[in-house]
Design a protein around this ligand. Sequence first.
Ligand code: SF4
Length: 344
Amino acid sequence: MTENLIKLKPSELYEILAESNESPYRIRQIHKWIWGKSSNNINSFSDLPKGFREFMAKKYHIERAEISSVVHSVDGAIKFLIKFENLDQVEAVFIPEEGRNTVCVSSQVGCPLKCTFCATGSLGYRRNLGFFEILEQVRIVRDYVKTRITNVVFMGMGEPLLNYSEVVEAARILNDSSTFGVGSRKITISTSGIIPGIRKLENEPEQFKLAVSLNSAVQGKREKLMPVAKKFPLEELKKVLMEYYEKKRRWITFEYILIPEVNDSHEDLEALIDYTNAIPSKLNLIPYNPHPYATFRAPTDQEIEYFLKKLRRYIKRAVTLRKSKGQDIQGACGQLAYFVKSKE
Ligand code: SF4
């Protein structure tokens, strides 16, 4: 029985190379074939010495994830349902925009955090994805759309910082020019505010972008929307984000899903302005996308305009309105899971 080569971490490849008296730079050569060229044949890794290639081909094989379904949105977004070896499925979304091609990836099968506005939260949690399962999502999307992927966002199913080591391993490989070559500043790790994960991330040498899904700057309200806020309260989160900024000198991106009659009051607005003004940051305002697993409604254009105007007036830094792509295919922010559920 041979092992699946794509599951080997760089540290494991390093050991295999050392035992065969091969140089560590061959890790990048192997990654180039696996991730850069999507090769499934170890014998075709032509820049490896023939003897080593044959040795590897005897001990390892390559088995990939598969596409279960693909749905195209009228706005150009494409949603993929991807199936792994053990039949678990996750969603990944391709989002083409002027000057960039983004893949939104999942980091867990389901999610344990149960944010009330999120379809994934309603699925429950099954397991963490391995780094190779995260990379497979990007590879499958790239090979399907046949274009270079410029940005990757960890905003799909799951909380990336609860799967820290696999997410960071995947981000590092994505960043390597021999594989996908996505710039570290173009890789966004989005968290609901997992403080131990943020503290670890600030000590990584790479400049990955940190996004925090805020959704309310009022503690009690945030706890209702995102139960994880009880464990990691806003004030403590603010302190940690300030330290993160001091260390990395990188602005934080806050995401705020605007839900009418839930987090769009005058009090919400004031709290949001105070909170985000205290931290070097930019703010993305995302109108709530309805889905069958929550009863909230989408804001009207007037409600969005009113909130945005106030924010732009009082927030010191950039505020961007992000209308999610892929709403018609349930591929927009907060909607992932519908596809998986409807197939079960
Ligand atoms: S918003 Fe993110 S952290 Fe919250 S339940 Fe959904 S996937 Fe999990």
